[in-house]
Write a protein that binds this ligand. Structure first.
Ligand code: CO
Length: 137
């Protein structure tokens, strides 16, 4: 059986990362570890570690992306929870067997040896869930 290791990150979709940092970094006092552009996802992403997990702020870039449409439709807020699993393919097989609706049927390469897949909110209680397998496993 695949094992969930931890909550890896919680992602919040925002209009403007700099404005959001006024709360997360300046008011809460969290450390900003990095901000990067992810052209493949039409997004800018900021990472703020919190113990073993991190808060990820995601800002859509441009108007023609799934993320931009999400922000347009639902407004800023919780976007997804990411759980780290020791073995993502066996986990996806297990979920498929149980009739869980997946957005990615197979694990996708996410760079730096990372694998990821998304589970549809319909099967999770209404929240988008991301699965990660990291090379450190
Ligand atoms: Co994520």
């Amino acid at each position: 059986m695949p094992i969930i290791k931890k909550i890896h990150h919680v992602a919040v979709v925002v209009q403007d990362i700099e404005k959001s940092l006024l709360f997360w970094r300046d008011a809460l006092g969290m450390t900003l570890s990095q901000v990067k552009n992810v052209p493949a996802q039409n997004a800018r992403i900021a990472f703020l570690p919190a113990g073993e997990s991190e808060v990820e702020l995601v800002q859509p870039v441009g108007i023609d992306s799934g993320l931009a449409r999400y922000l347009e439709k639902k407004g800023p807020g919780m976007h997804h929870i990411c759980v780290q699993v020791d073995a993502i393919e066996p986990m996806l097989e297990q979920l498929k067997k149980l009739g869980v609706r997946l957005i990615n049927e197979n694990a996708m390469p996410g760079g730096d040896g990372k694998l990821y897949a998304f589970v549809h909110p319909e099967s999770t209680g209404g929240v988008l869930v991301e699965l990660y397998e990291l090379p450190e496993n």
